[in-house]
Structures are given as structure tokens and as C-alpha cells.
Design a protein around this ligand. Structure first.
Ligand SMILES: Cc1cc2nc3c(=O)[nH]c(=O)nc-3n(C[C@H](O)[C@H](O)[C@H](O)COP(=O)(O)OP(=O)(O)OC[C@H]3O[C@@H](n4cnc5c(N)ncnc54)[C@H](O)[C@@H]3O)c2cc1C
Length: 404
């Protein structure tokens, strides 16, 4: 039987980065890479905190040529409602950053991560699916689809929504669904995007354009499920024209690229993020609609926490308490992000006038008061940073009032 300190199940985006981060902290890692999705056409916007983390792992130089900066994010109320919110623009320069983050295709991210994994001496990649896991007080044993057995001190479930790791550990899920699907596509456009991402809020949900490199952008368009199917089946010319109209020709003529996909929208969170010798990261732990670019950014924060716990004393064996410690450290961040994305989504869908008033008033406050806008921007790029900057601002104001 082979043995490794840490066994990571799933070599998607979350599992691959986790393997690199833990290996770089001196731990021996086995990465169980099951069948891989080959047609993921999604793109992922990584915020400043995530980019700095990937840079620390030595991944940024390889990713930079594929990155498209997000320097301005604007929200336009595209509803026909009585109470429409004013347009709001957030500029990264207002909080001293060159960009809030960078947009990538998932395929480029996974390619870069897999190459780095292959070069890392502390990682052994096993190309098979995990078929069974047995936990005991002293270790964890994983059986593979080809009947091989491996043992370790900790198993990291990075095995996506249907996580075998989470199920075997006996951890249940809270799930919910939305009456929507996300149409996902990439398109070329006539005018440069100038690194601006525009989100139109519509009655069915957000319509979000995010820059890609060159004169290209990605689009996540949230609509009712039948409408998503209808749009995905339109000839590309007709769909391109529709998108240009929706965007009020902001980027000129639009040409949609082949490979339009749609994804049903749902949310889920595990009731615990770790238990005994198991921890769950990425979509094995939490998933929510693609609004506000949160999913993988949250997963990278799972990994930063795990890196902290596992890397603090790299020579010490990993004990049975690690799952509970990880769970305690991740609860607040995961639950608060899940709740805010859910609230935003529901507020967009609500036809209830008071809800529309609160949303319009909220966006009005954001457009008018720069301290509030700066706070929201800092929280968006790195949770906790907004509070830190707010504390500094208050401290500065108090000190400036004190006699010298
Ligand atoms: C339309 C859309 C847009 C999005 N946009 C953004 C965005 O802008 N920003 C952002 O941060 N996030 C975004 N997300 C979320 C982001 O894409 C996901 O968080 C991320 O792809 C999930 O990665 P993962 O590694 O956790 O899961 P997965 O990608 O599901 O990977 C799980 C891996 O585990 C493997 N596996 C499963 N079971 C086993 C087994 N038994 N043995 C071995 N291997 C196994 C699978 O084959 C797979 O490779 C978006 C999501 C959607 C749907």
C-alpha cells in the first residue's frame, strides 16, 4: 500500500491549487485526478487577493499573458421597473489598485495549474478515480477504481458538488435552487473594452460582460431555464445581434464564438467544512450562482486557511482534530459570502416594490458616498480588508482632531 501525508481527491481548479500550496509547505501530497471535464468554456474572474496568492505560489508569471485586467466595474440598471437604480462605477484606482482582479478562461487556469503540479517533486499524481474512503482514528485509507489502496493522515475533498469525500464523512448538504439558468459564452467585439466589466441588472437576473484578452469578452447571462435553452439554440448571428442590443452597443458589433453553454443555477453549502481527518474545499464545500465572481475566490481562501493549518509545523504528523479546526476557521467567510450572493440574486429577481426600493437606495448610496463605495470595493477584493481600512480611516479622523 502506498502512503502519503495528504491525499487530495479531485484535480479541478481547487484540488490542483491545494496540491501546490500544501506541497510547497513541505508536505507529501498524492493528487487523485479522476476523469477531467474537457469542454469547460467558463471564465473565472480572480480578485486581487487570489492573484497575490497565485503569485506567491509562483503561478502568476505563466498566467499573466492570458490575463485580462478588471480595472472598472460598472452596474447599470437594465430593468423596466418604476424604481430604477442609478448607474454605479467602481474604479480600482480609487482604492490604490491597478486592477480589482483578472479574468481567465477556466481552460487556461487548469492548464497552468496542471503544468506546475507535474513539476512539483512533493506531488504524486494518480490518474484514477477514488471509489471508497475509510476513516479511522489514526489514518485514512482510499481505494481507487483500479483497486489500488493508498493511506494518508488527511484527505482533502476537492471532488466537486457530488463529493464522495464529504458523503463518506457523513456530512450533509443544504441545497437550494433558483428559477434560472446561466447562459455562458465568449464573444469578440468591434470596440476595445478598456478593461471595463459591465453588469446590467435585469428582471431575470444579471447580464455580465467581463473583459478577456484582446477585443474579446465573456458573458454570463442569467435567464429563465427555457429561455436559456432557446438562446443557446439560436443561430450565432441572431444571438450576437441580441447581445449587442442588450449591451446598448457599448462595445459595437458583437460576434459570439461557437460553444455557447448554459448551466442551471443552484446553491449549496455543506453543513460542516471539515470533520475528523477530512476537509472539503471548493465546490465540494460550497457552490452558488456565478454572481459577483465569488466561487473560486472563496475556494482559494479555503486553501489559504488549510495551508496555514497544515504548514504551521510541517514536521508534525496531522492529527484527527484538523477537520474540526478547519471547519471553525471557514464558517464565517463561507456563510457570509453565500448569504450575500443569495441576497443579491433574490433582490434582482424580486418584483416586490420595497425590495426594489432598498436595492435602488443601496446603489444610490454606493454611487454618491465614496467612503461606502471604497469599503465595498475593499471587501470585494479581500474580505476583512474593508473593515481594516475603515478602522484606519476612523482612527485617522480621531487623531487629526486631537490637539498636538
Ligand atoms: C457559469 C459559471 C461562472 C463562474 N464564474 C466564476 C467567477 O467569475 N469567479 C469565480 O471565482 N468562480 C466562478 N465560478 C465558480 C468556479 O468555476 C468554480 O468554483 C470552480 O470551477 C470549481 O472548482 P472545483 O475544483 O471546486 O470543482 P470541479 O471543477 O467540479 O472539480 C472537481 C474535480 O474532481 C474530480 N472528481 C470528482 N469525483 C472524483 C473522484 N471520486 N475521484 C477522483 N476525482 C474526482 C472531477 O473529475 C473534477 O475534475 C463560476 C461557476 C459557473 C457555473
Amino acid at each position: 500500500m502506498d502512503r502519503s501525508e495528504i491525499i487530495i481527491i479531485g484535480a479541478g481548479l481547487a484540488g490542483s491549487v491545494a496540491a501546490l500550496a500544501l506541497a510547497r509547505r513541505g508536505r507529501k501530497v498524492m493528487l487523485i485526478a479522476g476523469d477531467r471535464k474537457t469542454d469547460d468554456r467558463r471564465t473565472t474572474a480572480l480578485m486581487d487577493q487570489s492573484v497575490r496568492f497565485l503569485d506567491r505560489l509562483g503561478l502568476w508569471d505563466g498566467l499573466k499573458p492570458k490575463a485580462s485586467a478588471l480595472a472598472t466595474m460598472q452596474i447599470i440598471d437594465g430593468t423596466k421597473r418604476l424604481l430604477r437604480a442609478p448607474p454605479v462605477a467602481f474604479r480600482s484606482s480609487e482604492i490604490g489598485l491597478a486592477a480589482f482582479g483578472y479574468n481567465f478562461t477556466n481552460a487556461d487556469l487548469l492548464n497552468a495549474f496542471s503544468k506546475a503540479v507535474d513539476l512539483e517533486p512533493n506531488i504524486t499524481v494518480i490518474h484514477s478515480n477514488a471509489s471508497a474512503i475509510v476513516f479511522s482514528a489514526n489514518d485514512v485509507a482510499v481505494t481507487l477504481a483500479d483497486d489500488r489502496q493508498i493511506e494518508g493522515e488527511l484527505v482533502v475533498g476537492a471532488d466537486g458538488r457530488g463529493s464522495l469525500t464529504r458523503q463518506t464523512a457523513g456530512v450533509s448538504l443544504k441545497t437550494w435552487s433558483y428559477p434560472q439558468s446561466a447562459l455562458v459564452l465568449n464573444f469578440a467585439h468591434e470596440l476595445p473594452h478598456d478593461n471595463v466589466s459591465t453588469e446590467f441588472h435585469t428582471e431575470t437576473g444579471p447580464f455580465t460582460q467581463v473583459p478577456l484578452s484582446g477585443k474579446r469578452s465573456s458573458l454570463v447571462w442569467v435567464v429563465e431555464p427555457q429561455e436559456a435553452k432557446r438562446l443557446a439554440e439560436l443561430p450565432l448571428g441572431a444571438l450576437s445581434q441580441l447581445i449587442e442590443e442588450r449591451m446598448q452597443s457599448l462595445l459595437g458589433k458583437v460576434t459570439v464564438e461557437p460553444g455557447v453553454q448554459y448551466w442551471p443555477l443552484s446553491g449549496m453549502t455543506a453543513t460542516r467544512y471539515g470533520k475528523g481527518r477530512a476537509v472539503f474545499i471548493g465546490e465540494a464545500a460550497h457552490a452558488f450562482p456565478p454572481i459577483g465572481a465569488q466561487g473560486l475566490n472563496l475556494s482559494l481562501r479555503d486553501i489559504m486557511t488549510l495551508e496555514d493549518l497544515v504548514g504551521a509545523e510541517p514536521d508534525r504528523p496531522l492529527g484527527e482534530e484538523i477537520g474540526a479546526r478547519f471547519d471553525r476557521r471557514r464558517k464565517v467567510d463561507v456563510l457570509s459570502r453565500t448569504a450575500s450572493v443569495d441576497l443579491l440574486n433574490r433582490s434582482l429577481l424580486s418584483a416586490f416594490l420595497p425590495v426594489q426600493m432598498v436595492r435602488a437606495a443601496g446603489l444610490h448610496v454606493l454611487s454618491q458616498f465614496s467612503p461606502v463605495r471604497h469599503f465595498v470595493m475593499r471587501e470585494g477584493v479581500a474580505p476583512g480588508k474593508g473593515f481594516g481600512a475603515f478602522r484606519e480611516m476612523v482612527k485617522g479622523k480621531i487623531l487629526s482632531r486631537q490637539p498636538s
